[in-house]
Design a protein around this ligand. Structure first.
Ligand code: SAM
Length: 248
């Protein structure tokens, strides 16, 4: 691959174009994002997020950043956990996703306790050593320079702070992977077309999942970014993995 290009799904695109293309996808899906998540994962994304929340160790008074937080599923639970002495920031590069998220959190009764920041994970606009916990759920896959984003997250974590990366990964069983491929490449774009009138965004979803680093590669990337004691847990046969690292 040419040095100045990167992946956008299965396409090679100039590095400076990727963020704009990803932005188009999420502007397009923002309003239907939550309903599509439930449909595509048969509701299982809720379980993946619940496990992430449990593994986060977030408690009263903590400062938490949910980057690429989109419509705020994790943020909502963090806001309840940290209480009035804590701080929760919902950050996302995309204004449409942040707007849907803010409306949803206000409806859930926690919206006013949350800070909303439009930011790129690669260049987080926070001081060093700010957060006890950072989560990035189904977001890293979309970031152009993942190593830079991981370094940026490590920088703004406090010593002892945790980074949790919840992301699609590589199924551990070859037969199951074949079935999953059929589902991803043939069923998902059709559901996207029917429900959100947008097959392309859901084709990108399937392709971007395949291009994302597998479990061991992402673990090594987190270690290179300065995180320690990095470990991962496969969920749903490796369809999704939760990586967790600590800044010491
Ligand atoms: N975390 C939410 C969840 O789990 O439901 C939303 C995940 S959604 C699939 C991916 C999000 O990543 C989108 O809201 C998108 O705007 C955001 N995103 C993509 N690139 C980003 C970047 N470079 N920095 C911050 N957010 C980004």
């Amino acid at each position: 691959m040419d040095k100045r290009t990167t992946h956008f799904g299965f396409q090679d695109v100039p590095v400076e174009e990727k963020a704009g293309r990803v932005a188009d996808v999420f502007h397009s899906v923002a309003k239907r994002y939550d309903v599509m998540n439930d449909l595509m994962s048969f509701g299982v994304h809720r379980l993946w997020k619940r496990i992430t929340l449990e593994r986060s160790g977030v408690r009263k008074g903590n400062a938490v950043l949910d980057i690429a937080g989109g419509t705020g599923d994790l943020t909502r639970q963090f806001a309840k956990r940290v209480g009035p002495t804590g701080r929760v920031v919902l950050a996302d590069i995309n204004a449409s996703m942040l707007n849907v998220g803010r409306d949803k959190l206000i409806d859930a009764g926690v919206g006013h306790e949350v800070e909303y920041v439009q930011a790129n994970a690669e260049e987080l606009p926070f001081d060093d050593n700010t957060f006890d916990c950072i989560t990035i759920a189904f977001g890293l896959r979309n970031v152009t320079d993942k190593d830079k984003a991981l370094r940026s997250m490590a920088r703004v974590l406090k010593p002892g702070g945790r980074l949790l990366v919840l992301e699609f990964s590589k199924p551990t069983n070859a037969l199951f992977e074949k079935v999953y491929d059929q589902y991803s490449f043939h069923v998902l774009p059709r559901v996207g077309q029917l429900v959100a009138n947008d097959a392309d965004s859901y084709r990108y979803l399937a392709e971007s999942i395949r291009m994302h680093p597998d479990q061991a590669t992402l673990k090594a990337m987190m270690e290179d970014a300065g995180l320690e004691r990095v470990e991962y847990t496969n969920m749903t046969g490796g369809v999704v993995a939760l990586h967790r690292g600590i800044k010491l």
